[in-house]
Design a protein around this ligand. Structure first.
Ligand code: NAD
Length: 251
């Protein structure tokens, strides 16, 4: 049977791109997201490409995570890979001195604790399948714009969580991390609908690779890191940013 991959935050943005890419490569895909309408619609829209299913769950909720993984166990009986992509992906929170504890906490809950809960719940299945985990961090693990401390801290935690878990699961489950730079995803407009972001020549030209990133730039690396082609790679963080973090920016 085709390998089964769980993609969290799979209903929109990069997670949606990863889900459809993996489906196109012949994987069975389970998307998990808090957005029921988007997730169910995407599963319907992509059903002609293969076996894709949606589970509505919050990665930061222990009970919801545990029942989601039980559903996967009942559906398939096995799981080959996990992509921890769900996050509060908006980096800006305003000045730190005005950041409410509950807002700080929500970044940590979703981005860090969510990655922990999903990983913990899926390890037994991944051990059985000699599977792999891919965590999605950000180049903000390494560099920052102002007023993004909570997001940056959460992404730094994911990079460290990755190497720690890779060592704990030595010989059983490979664990790697991708740090995307700027990847253009649809923005949510005032009426709640998704619309493509407008990218200018300046947006593209500043990147050494000559353009802003696309979800497939991340999805193809996810596929590689899930497959046996990367069987000698674990505990690593891969920066996919069009070269931006290699560029000198002194003014
Ligand atoms: P996005 O907001 O478009 O998508 C995030 C998805 O996660 C959404 O579908 C959302 O509903 C889901 N989600 C949020 N909270 C959740 C929760 N508690 N439980 C389950 N699902 C939840 O963001 P994106 O740009 O596609 O980002 C995807 C990942 O890539 C994130 O980890 C983000 O930090 C990272 N990233 C994105 C960029 C970029 O430029 N787009 C750059 C670096 C890193």
């Amino acid at each position: 049977a085709a390998p089964v991959i769980l993609v969290t935050g799979g209903a929109r943005g990069i997670g949606k791109g990863i889900s459809s890419y993996l489906l196109g490569c012949g994987y069975r895909v389970v998307m998990l997201d808090i957005l029921r309408e988007d997730g169910e619609r995407l599963a319907r829209d992509l059903a002609h490409l293969g076996d894709i299913r949606f589970i509505r769950a919050d990665v930061a909720d222990e009970d919801q995570v545990s029942s989601a993984i039980n559903r996967i166990r009942n559906w398939f009986g096995y799981l080959n890979g996990v992509v921890n992509n769900a996050a509060i992906a908006e980096p800006y929170t305003g000045p730190l001195e005005f950041l409410a504890l509950e807002d700080w906490q929500s970044y940590i809950d979703v981005n860090v604790t969510g990655t922990f809960l999903i990983s913990r719940a899926t390890i037994p299945l991944l051990q059985q399948s000699q599977g792999a985990i891919v965590n999605i961090a950000s180049t903000r693990w390494l560099q920052s714009e102002p007023q993004s401390e909570a997001y940056a801290a959460s992404k730094g935690a994911i990079v460290s969580f990755t190497h720690a878990l890779a060592i704990s699961l030595s010989g059983q489950v490979r664990v790697n991390c991708i740090s995307p730079g700027w990847i253009a995803v649809d923005a949510v407009s005032e009426n709640g609908h998704l619309k493509p972001v407008h990218l200018t020549e300046t947006c593209h030209r500043q990147h050494p690779a000559g353009r802003v990133g696309r979800p497939d730039d991340i999805a193809s690396m996810v596929k590689f890191l899930l497959s046996n082609e990367s069987g000698f790679i674990t505990g690593q963080n891969f920066v996919i940013d069009g070269g931006m973090t290699r560029k000198m920016v002194y003014e």
